[in-house]
Design a protein around this ligand. Structure first.
Ligand SMILES: [Zn+2]
Length: 142
């Protein structure tokens, strides 16, 4: 997200202390170093972020992500199985990402919870719980 606006053009989240959604995701990633429970939810964190920021991905990639995300939340698919699926996409980047010129078609969608409710400045405690709540709220909207 390279937008200079105060709210995200894709998910509607507010910037926090100058950090856009991608910056907030980066900070959550930093917290993972000291929080094994949060690290264990890494897939949910990244998947939730990507599902709320789909503009740069192809339809097929988002559809695939949606499928594994929902299967994971239902306990139908484990992380190792997901890694295999994700590797399938990661190996052929052209199928995952849209050409750069086509990525600007942001469609703003309002979500009950965005990353701005997960990344609370200087409040890493409870982040794993917030990630799970975030993911469940997204599953309701898919
Ligand atoms: Zn956003």
């Amino acid at each position: 997200m390279e937008s200079q606006t105060l709210t995200c053009p894709e998910c509607g989240a507010s910037r926090i202390n100058g950090l856009d959604c991608f910056g907030q995701l980066g900070q959550i990633g930093v917290w993972e170093y000291n929080d094994s429970e949060l690290l264990a939810e890494h897939f949910l964190t990244v998947a939730s972020y990507n599902l709320q920021h789909p503009a740069k991905f192809t339809e097929a990639a988002i559809e695939g992500l949606r499928t594994v995300f929902l299967a994971y939340l239902k306990g139908e698919m484990g992380v190792s199985e997901i890694r295999k699926k994700v590797a399938y996409f990661a190996n052929g980047k052209a199928r995952v990402l849209k050409p750069k010129a086509d990525r600007q078609n942001y469609k703003l969608k309002r979500w009950p919870i965005t990353i701005a409710s997960v990344y609370l400045e200087n409040q890493p405690a409870g982040a794993a719980t917030r990630v799970r709540t975030w993911a469940q709220s997204i599953a309701q909207e898919l």
